[in-house]
Design a protein around this ligand. Structure first.
Ligand code: NAD
Ligand code: MG
Length: 387
């Protein structure tokens, strides 16, 4: 059966991996919508290859360029934030939410409210607005299919038992590129070192989040919303080989795990084909050559981000949205060479140390918290000693 797919964030790492799978299975997958932030050349190239009904560029200034690049085709062209939201309501079977950051929240919410199933990679949206997103999905009947490898693993393991029979969820973490680095060396870490992930090839923002372990903290919040077993039942375990993508322990102390090569096309394919499975070009696991799997407890002294995230979601309300906004600003400042590596998590810590804003009741409230927290983080960034 043909499945229509709307792909938000087509030019990114998850977007390109998604299209690689579509390219190999044109019989069952058809792209209806493609979007990107500002890379007109790449978006136009993808549009000419996949022939969607509609393409949207978020940056309105690039509309004319995109229109021109697709002149003579029957592909619809639109630009801007409202066009992204409208595109999320375009008739489709699945929305792939692969925009990075809070920018993905409004279109993802629009899809969920319209009752469209969402394959969710955009963890920042769920971190900031988890209650609103899960409530919207419940109300409309839309399913959220997790694409993040850990959450996709848990989702798969939960097919082996009921959620009320879960004793523990164990989120695995590679530990990132600085797993064994001293705090002194981390203080001098460069953006190039931080984005060089040992196992996964990903966009710059999530790569830095992996280096600070903020990624695992965001994933803890993500897991809390997707799999409501109680925060104290979700643990983090460092597993440097990234072969086991997460585990679920049931009340009988039977533990299920999902394993696979560290290739995002595996969890993406699982979401695209769910509840079926599709063939992928990914490398099968060769456990004899991997030979061993290692595990260690996370070091929350060198990597304080996971504890910050646990406290933020335990407090709830506006805290997770505040934390996410501060982190987005701090990561961008680090990538721009403006603050040191340890200053990323320090910025987040200081922003969420402030009095809590009122609990957000609407998407607009989330955006207000986001804007205010960005300003607070930007102030700190502008006043940090330049290392
Ligand atoms: P990326 O930076 O490679 O791509 C981001 C995409 O979002 C691009 O298509 C870009 O054009 C679009 N975009 C960026 N800013 C935008 C804006 N303001 N408005 C509209 N579109 C915008 O990022 P990525 O690594 O593909 O990650 C995407 C999401 O998936 C993130 O939330 C990330 O945490 C999550 N994720 C990624 C991976 C991975 O392997 N890359 C794994 C798990 C989860
Ligand atoms: Mg992940």
């Amino acid at each position: 059966m043909m499945r229509r797919l709307s792909l938000f964030g087509a030019t990114g790492s998850v977007g390109q991996s998604t299209l690689d799978l579509v390219r190999r299975d044109r019989e069952s997958l058809r792209v209806s919508v493609l979007t990107a932030n500002s890379d007109v050349a790449e978006l136009a190239r993808l549009a000419l290859e996949f022939r969607p009904d509609l393409v949207v560029i978020a940056d309105e200034k690039r509309y004319d360029d995109l229109k021109q690049a697709l002149a003579g085709t029957n592909i619809g062209v639109a630009a801007g934030a409202d066009a992204l939201i409208e595109a999320a309501q375009y008739p489709t079977d699945l929305v792939m939410a692969a925009i990075v950051g809070i920018a993905g929240l409004a279109p993802t919410m629009a899809a969920l409210e319209a009752g469209v199933d969402v394959a969710l990679a955009n963890k920042e949206a769920l971190v900031s607005a988890g209650e609103l997103m899960t409530a919207a999905a419940r109300k409309s009947g839309a399913t959220i299919l997790p694409v993040d490898s850990e959450h996709n693993a848990i989702f798969q393991c939960l097919a082996g038992g009921r959620i009320d029979q879960v004793r523990r969820i164990i989120l695995t973490a590679s530990g990132g590129p600085f797993r064994t680095m001293s705090a002194d060396d981390m203080a001098r870490a460069t953006p190039a070192q931080a984005v060089a992930h040992p196992n996964w090839s990903m966009g710059a923002k999530i790569s830095v989040d992996s280096a600070t372990m903020m990624n695992k903290g965001l994933e803890l919040i993500e897991a809390h919303h997707l799999f409501p077993v109680g925060l104290d039942r979700i643990e983090i375990l460092v597993h440097p080989q990234s072969v086991i993508h997460s585990l679920v322990e049931f009340v009988d102390c039977s533990t299920l795990a999902q394993l696979g090569s560290p290739d995002m096309r595996i969890p993406i394919s699982s979401a695209l084909a769910w509840p079926q499975r599709m063939v992928t070009p990914c490398a099968p696991l060769d456990l004899a050559s991997i030979a061993r799997l290692d595990f260690e407890a996370p070091d929350e002294v060198r990597f304080p981000a996971t504890a910050l995230c646990r406290a933020a979601i335990a407090e709830g309300g506006a805290r997770p949205a505040q934390l996410n906004a501060a982190n987005e600003v701090a990561v961008a400042a680090f990538l721009a060479g403006r603050i040191s590596f340890p200053a990323i998590v320090e910025t987040v810590r200081r922003v969420i140390d402030a009095d809590a804003p009122a609990t957000p009741a609407s998407l607009q409230d989330i955006f207000s918290v986001d804007v205010a927290s960005r300003a607070a983080a930007q102030y700190l960034v502008d006043h940090f000693e330049h290392a």
